[in-house]
Design a binder for this molecule. Structure first.
Ligand SMILES: Nc1ncnc2c1ncn2[C@@H]1O[C@H](COP(=O)(O)OP(=O)(O)OP(=O)(O)O)[C@@H](O)[C@H]1O
Ligand SMILES: [Mg+2]
Length: 445
């Protein structure tokens, strides 16, 4: 996945997002540039700054969807945040640096997950040995002064191993010692914002209060999982995991800043005292490259790629503070969706709405059959309502489809084996009245 060419990236995105060629190309190039940069000699590598992107486009045309799908493709730490949820440093709320901390957390989990997977086999072997110890009481150390029980014959152990593997002992109960690390963090800091302060404090307290060791009785199937987890933990070098995670964040991290337009504009607005310009100013050093303290150490943000997105209805990109504008040199516009796009969106993406509904109702034994003219009709209605009321892009298809299939969705359990053809006539019959009455469609569609 990590070496996808721009063409391949666009092709992957095409599976989920219709149209929006420019935006797809821009993110594909940005992603590929990360890879190119990795292959440069060290001196040059540090000179190459990522070309941050702003995606501009009306609501519901695929901005977030492109980012979401890119996240799956990029074998890179990827965080999606809403710019509007941050507050200026010094105010209650999340400060912008927390996005880097979140991204690092995410990368640590990602690397840890990978490493765990790679030692899975070994961990399972070790867990099996420990399970055998638990199942064979004679194998336990005997207190001094006592005669050991009958020496544990290797054959017995192998017999148990076989039974274990054949799944014959799954419901046996064994007693395990489990470390109970979790302690109620929340109560230590009631109402505290997840500020920087608690980063180290949490760590410290975590170390001060060693996890309580609890004895627990569990069934073999659960014990196997717990033991394998513990063994895997011992096999992975956490320092190395952290180092790799930080390296990945610094070199390949991607932050998707949604709703960037909500912090554009210079007036002191929104909530009491919270200034949007303040948030932009806080954002600036992070986007420009600075060092953010995290519980995994300092993380440099110089080469993290930022993709911002916004509808920019009221505000314009030029309403962002100039310094920030300069850090987002690439602007791509997403196009409003047409009726023809709607027809394709209804059927083509791997998660297309018609597929979703068909699969959902299939679970009740009801077969949905959408005819071509029905799709045209649905697209026409969605476009019409978007024009007449408010243009919410492809999201309109959700409301229209829900309304259209309301009856079938309700009655499905009582009509197993039935095949329902959704044709243009059906669509018109179900929706025409609503569409004709603009007031009604404002509320319902
Ligand atoms: N071009 C498209 N192709 C396929 N599906 C789309 C497209 N555009 C939007 N959708 C669907 O519509 C829904 C909303 O899209 P998305 O979340 O990407 O909107 P957005 O552009 O981020 O809007 P907003 O500005 O409101 O955040 C998603 O579920 C997505 O699947
Ligand atoms: Mg969005």
């Amino acid at each position: 996945m990590e070496h996808l060419t721009p063409r391949q990236i666009v092709a992957e995105l095409d599976k989920y997002v219709i149209g929006q060629r420019d935006a797809k190309r821009a993110v594909a190039i940005a992603l590929r540039n990360r890879w190119r940069r990795q292959r440069l000699p060290a001196e040059l590598r540090d000179e190459v700054a990522p070309k941050n992107i702003i995606m501009i486009g009306p609501t519901g045309v695929g901005k977030t969807e492109i980012a979401r799908r890119l996240a799956r493709l990029a074998d890179a730490p990827f965080l999606k945040v809403e710019a509007s949820k941050y507050t200026e440093v010094g105010y209650v709320g999340r400060d912008v640096e927390s996005m880097i901390r979140d991204l690092t957390d995410l990368a640590v989990n990602m690397v840890k997950g990978e490493r765990t997977k790679s030692v899975e086999g070994r961990a399972e072997e070790l867990a099996e040995e420990r399970l055998l110890e638990l199942l064979l009481p004679a194998a336990r150390p005997v207190p001094p002064g006592f005669e050991p029980a009958a020496p544990q014959a290797p054959e017995t152990r192998e017999k148990f191993r076989k039974m274990l593997r054949d799944g014959l002992l799954e419901d046996r109960v064994v007693e395990l010692e489990v470390r109970d690390k979790a302690f109620p963090m929340v109560e230590f800091f009631p109402g505290a914002g997840m500020g920087q302060m608690d980063v180290n404090l949490q760590e410290m307290l975590g170390n001060l209060l060693p996890g309580r060791v609890k004895r627990r009785k569990v069934k073999v199937r659960e014990a196997r999982r717990l033991l394998a987890q513990e063994e895997a933990g011992k096999l992975i070098d956490m320092d190395e995991v952290v180092a790799e995670a930080v390296r990945r964040v610094e070199n390949a991290g991607i932050v998707f800043l949604d709703e960037i337009d909500k912090i554009a504009g210079r007036e002191r607005a929104t909530g009491p005292d919270v200034s949007r310009e303040g948030v932009q100013r806080d954002l600036l050093p992070i986007v420009e490259g600075s060092t953010v303290p995290t519980k995994y150490g300092m993380v440099r943000t110089d080469h993290i790629l930022f993709i911002a997105a916004g509808a920019f209805h009221a505000a314009k990109p030029s309403d962002l503070i100039p310094e920030l504008q300069g850090r987002f040199p690439l602007r791509v516009e997403l196009q409003p969706l047409t009726r023809a796009d709607f027809v394709r969106i209804l059927t083509e993406p791997e998660n297309a709405l018609t597929r979703q509904y068909t699969a959902l109702l299939q679970t009740e034994g009801v077969t949905l059959d959408f005819t071509k003219d029905a799709l045209e009709e649905i697209a026409t209605i969605a476009t019409g309502v978007n024009e007449a009321t408010e243009n919410i892009g492809a999201r309109r298809l959700y409301t229209v489809m829900e309304r259209l299939l309301d009856e079938v969705s309700f009655e499905a359990p009582h009509m197993p084996g039935v095949r329902v053809e959704i044709n243009a006539a059906y669509v018109r019959e179900r929706l025409q009245d609503l569409v004709r009455n603009e007031d009604l469609s404002r509320y319902i569609l």
